[in-house]
Design a protein around this ligand. Structure first.
Ligand SMILES: Nc1ncnc2c1ncn2[C@@H]1O[C@H](COP(=O)(O)OP(=O)(O)OP(=O)(O)O)[C@@H](O)[C@H]1O
Length: 288
């Protein structure tokens, strides 16, 4: 599906409407609708098995949803119906980048090389797909210099410039997470989807991650959709939080609204609806 007519307000980047995903008899996502605003950090949270990764997989084309529409509107106004696109077109044309729960770097390549590989498509195009092009005749040389400059820019932002020539596999865990994000940013995404970027990080690494994500929002205006279990990260950096439970949305709003929502408190503590009031009374300040 190519760009479609723009019917959304310009500050809505992503609109998910009546999304459902069924695996055999299991309804992993059930009639889910939400919007993510352009330039916002939007967090998708919920207990284990709530359906968060399934939503990501539908947005990024890994799964074709059973029902529903997912519309992405780029800054220039072009719209894409993601549920109709193959995953490579979602990446290349709609400009959705993602990271995974488990780190997927080329661990034998250097940190810098990982960022250059991310720009492979652009470089090959500049080569004209010819050996002469690769040897520096035509626009390849200029494009290659630009790719290195962009890689350096993101290495600075991710505080990894001193490790540029080290194998990616030698970096500490938190630095590898930041490298994955830098690599995704080298593709110039409209939407950056991060699946549990703070998983396994120590407090210092979490703080560095927060700084990187806030910097991306402030300096590039790139919209971020984040799945995260670490509430300190979610509450500190998110503009908007959506809470899922059993594939359905149970809360949607700013971090303060969500953390004081009795349904969210009950979902996280695993209590029945009638016990919600009791839970609020016992949870200091109504926070999760
Ligand atoms: N490919 C699949 N085939 C069958 N069931 C699946 C598949 N992918 C996910 N599920 C099921 O869908 C439900 C939602 O899973 P999902 O991974 O989306 O949850 P999640 O909120 O991301 O969980 P977690 O926080 O543990 O990562 C779960 O019951 C899961 O077992």
């Amino acid at each position: 599906m190519s760009p479609v007519e723009n019917t959304m307000s310009n500050d809505t980047l992503l609109k998910v409407e009546h999304l459902s995903m069924k695996f055999g008899g299991l309804m992993a996502i059930n009639d889910l609708s939400f919007e993510a605003k352009r330039g916002d950090i939007t967090a998708l949270i919920g207990p284990n098995g709530a359906g968060k990764t399934t939503v990501f997989n539908c947005i990024t084309g890994f799964y074709k949803p059973t029902m529903g529409m997912i519309t992405l509107t780029q800054r220039g106004g072009k719209q894409y119906l993601l549920e109709r696109l193959p995953d490579f077109r979602i990446t290349k044309e709609a400009k959705v980048a993602r990271t995974f729960q488990n780190i997927r770097l080329f661990s034998g390549l250097t940190v810098l090389e990982n960022l250059l590989v991310a720009q492979h498509n652009k470089l090959m195009k500049a080569s004209g797909f010819t050996v002469l092009g690769l040897l520096g005749i035509g626009p390849y040389k200029k494009e290659a210099a630009g790719a290195i400059e962009l890689a350096r820019f993101w290495l600075e932002k991710a505080d990894l410039i001193d490790r540029a020539d080290d194998p990616a596999g030698d970096l500490p865990y938190g630095a590898q997470r930041r490298l994955e994000i830098a690599r995704a940013m080298c593709t110039g995404p409209e939407l950056l989807c991060l699946d549990e970027p703070a998983a396994g990080l120590n407090p210092r690494e979490s703080a560095a991650l927060n700084a990187l994500l806030k910097g991306i929002r402030a300096e590039t205006g790139t919209s971020i959709l984040l799945i995260e279990h670490d509430m300190s990260v979610v509450m500190e950096i998110s503009d908007h939080v959506i809470v899922l439970e059993y594939g359905q949305k149970i809360s949607d709003g700013n971090p303060d609204h969500v953390k004081n929502d009795p349904r969210v408190i009950a979902a996280y503590l695993g209590v029945e609806d009638e016990e919600v009031e009791e839970v609020i009374a016992t949870v200091e300040g109504g926070a999760i």
